[in-house]
Design a protein around this ligand. Structure first.
Ligand SMILES: Nc1ncnc2c1ncn2[C@@H]1O[C@H](COP(=O)(O)OP(=O)(O)OP(=O)(O)O)[C@@H](O)[C@H]1O
Ligand code: SF4
Ligand SMILES: [Mg+2]
Length: 356
């Protein structure tokens, strides 16, 4: 006899689909210096309840990827290709009004630049309360205590008093916490957190990350966690993508990425981890990220790659490698592991070799 709970668990076709699908996203900036291909063929998925970490050095396109998902790219930037599908809806085909209806309740973002994003004219308590008033039909008298409670949950001291402050009266860390309160107020299904804890000290940082985790557990919500801090990714993410010069160089489950990093760039980032902790910046890979107007023709990491010289790989500067699956759910873009006419890969995907 079939189990009654099995019978009652109706099959939901949406549950088989990822919450977010980004397919071949291209977002370019049309400037006087030329076209900056800032996000160039980026694809990934995020399942309900999953934390997807996005890491990479400054200027590699992480924030532009996030802004593309949120539909807030403005000229000179433009999404010129690809699809962004959230809960089966093609976001890039929504008009501004339809998109606005999704923001807050279903999709929200903690912005990297909170001081600029907060409304300078309204008290911060009013900005949070307004969300409950508009989306939940509450009166100000009901919404205000909820706003104060949220400010308390994000660790703002004297929340009742602080709720009456304006954005310019806050420190960077306080503004960041207000930004977090705004983003989580309506418990969105997908939270995009762009460097959510950079301006915060270690204690508050841990508190915020726990708060976000609890939200994820309660709501089965998902998070795109963008950060320079690999230690945060190691602790909080389920899967991770490593971005460089507009596209992904490696993507894997968090355990795999930290135990068996295959791409020279990922290995370089992991080598730099002690410096990350000390200075907050990724500094140990010699050289700099190329300009988005002038991505190198072949592998974009070639000018900085020690493996290219070590293994005398001529193809690297000429042909761009594809992002290929070298093991289940482990993608790598590197000629060390893939063949091409006239090129034999020097390393096997079975072994794990540090190239630095
Ligand atoms: N308004 C703009 N005009 C021209 N180019 C822009 C503009 N905004 C962004 N870009 C492009 O985006 C790049 C920065 O990308 P993005 O902000 O996504 O980097 P990031 O990976 O988030 O870096 P960080 O770690 O410093 O936050 C710039 O180098 C430039 O190519
Ligand atoms: S493709 Fe070549 S240059 Fe690029 S990361 Fe791999 S070995 Fe280095
Ligand atoms: Mg950024």
């Amino acid at each position: 006899m079939p189990c009654p709970c099995h019978e009652s668990a109706k099959h939901n076709p949406m549950s088989d689909k990822p919450l977010l699908e980004v397919k071949n996203l291209k977002t370019h900036f049309f400037t006087e210096e030329g076209v900056a291909r800032t996000v160039d063929e980026v694809s990934f998925t995020i399942a309900a309840g999953e934390v997807f970490g996005l890491v990479g050095e400054s200027g590699c396109g992480k924030t532009v990827t996030a802004h593309s998902i949120m539909g807030i790219i403005r000229p000179p930037g433009q999404q010129v290709g690809g699809e962004i599908i959230f809960k089966g809806i093609a976001l890039d085909r929504l008009d501004e009004r339809q998109f606005a209806a999704l923001r807050g309740e279903e999709l929200a973002m903690i912005f990297q630049d909170p001081q600029v994003r907060l409304n300078p004219v309204f008290k911060i308590g009013a900005q949070i309360a307004e969300l409950f008033e508009i989306q939940r039909g509450m009166k100000r008298s009901e919404a205000w205590p909820l706003a104060v409670e949220l400010l308390e949950r994000v660790g703002l001291p004297d929340p009742e008093e602080r709720a009456h402050s304006y954005a310019h009266e806050l420190s960077g860390g306080q503004a960041q916490r207000v930004m977090i309160a705004l983003a989580i107020a309506l418990e969105p299904e997908l939270l995009i957190a762009d460097e959510p804890t950079t301006a915060l000290d270690a204690t508050i940082q841990a508190q915020i990350l726990e708060l976000l985790e609890r939200l994820a557990e309660r709501r089965q919500s998902a998070m795109l966690l963008i950060t320079h801090d690999l230690a945060v990714v190691a602790q909080r993410a389920d899967r991770v993508a490593v971005m460089y010069a507009g596209h992904f160089l490696e993507q894997a489950g968090v355990q795999t990425l930290f135990d068996r990093p295959m791409h020279p760039y990922t290995q370089g980032l992991l080598n730099a981890m002690p410096d990350v902790r000390a200075s907050g910046a990724l500094v140990s890979i010699p050289g700099t990220v190329p300009e988005a107007h002038h991505w190198p023709a072949g592998c974009r990491f070639a000018p900085r790659c020690p493996a290219r010289k070590k293994y005398k790989l001529e193809i690297c500067e000429i042909v761009q490698p594809d992002l290929i699956e070298i093991a289940p759910d482990h993608l790598v873009r590197c000629w060390l592991y893939q063949a091409h006419p006239g090129h034999q890969p020097p390393l096997s995907t079975e072994e794990h070799t540090w190239v630095w």
